[in-house]
Design a protein around this ligand. Sequence first.
Ligand SMILES: CC(C)(COP(=O)(O)OP(=O)(O)OC[C@H]1O[C@@H](n2cnc3c(N)ncnc32)[C@H](O)[C@@H]1OP(=O)(O)O)[C@@H](O)C(=O)NCCC(=O)NCCS
Length: 224
Amino acid sequence: MPPPPPAYAETMTAPPPHSETPRLEALRLETLAGPALAAALPAALADLARLRGAVFAEWPYLYDGDAAYEAGYLARFAASPGAALVVAYDGARPVGMATCQPLAEAHAPVVQAFRRRGLDPAGVCYCGESVLLPEYRGRGAGVGFFAAREAHARALGLTAAAFCAVVRNVNDPRRPAGYLPLDAFWRKRGYRPRPDISCVFSWRELGDDRETPHSLGFWLKDPL
Ligand SMILES: CC(C)(COP(=O)(O)OP(=O)(O)OC[C@H]1O[C@@H](n2cnc3c(N)ncnc32)[C@H](O)[C@@H]1OP(=O)(O)O)[C@@H](O)C(=O)NCCC(=O)NCCS
């Protein structure tokens, strides 16, 4: 029997920022799960939906978001019994967020991506997204998001973690000059690319008049 999903609202401080970045105050991270997540979500929904929309509008997602869709997405996510939401705050203002849930409770195409390769989704934590407003990057929140989600995964008895990222052509003319892919950051957290596991999500890119399909590749950390 897996342990019951933990219920908590836990606060931590993001790890110290990267040594090459100027000394900046670490952001406060709060992990919400179970009834604490259900209780906090209604008041936070609009802010979190806006945050996701703002960050995913950037390269490499170029997502033309819709606040109503975002709010529905977050409400469905929070209904997953094993879900955890990590929010980064500057004072009382949410400036970043990350999500995770047992893979078996995730969006069907994500589960199918594993099943298609003969992989059992049980035991895997799916990290849905991490988004942080650009002006708060380099202060340790990204590392803190992974640490908090992996702690939640272990509390659920999960033994591996995975996420997916959009696959872009490096020669895409929309790629901003000087854009640093996150691959090195993810590798340092212990994740490895699994190009054999992939799925397709459709969304409308900025400037388009309709949704188009986008390929996402998975990264896996096993064991946690
Ligand atoms: C992913 C994200 C949350 C990381 O946030 P962050 O708070 O800047 O990361 P941290 O300050 O914790 O940085 C951690 C480490 O990664 C490094 N790092 C940060 N961004 C990096 C990048 N683009 N490429 C390589 N390394 C990077 C930092 O220098 C630091 O290095 P260290 O481990 O050697 O100390 C942030 O970049 C973001 O919101 N990106 C846009 C959304 C996105 O693409 N999300 C991922 C898919 S959902």
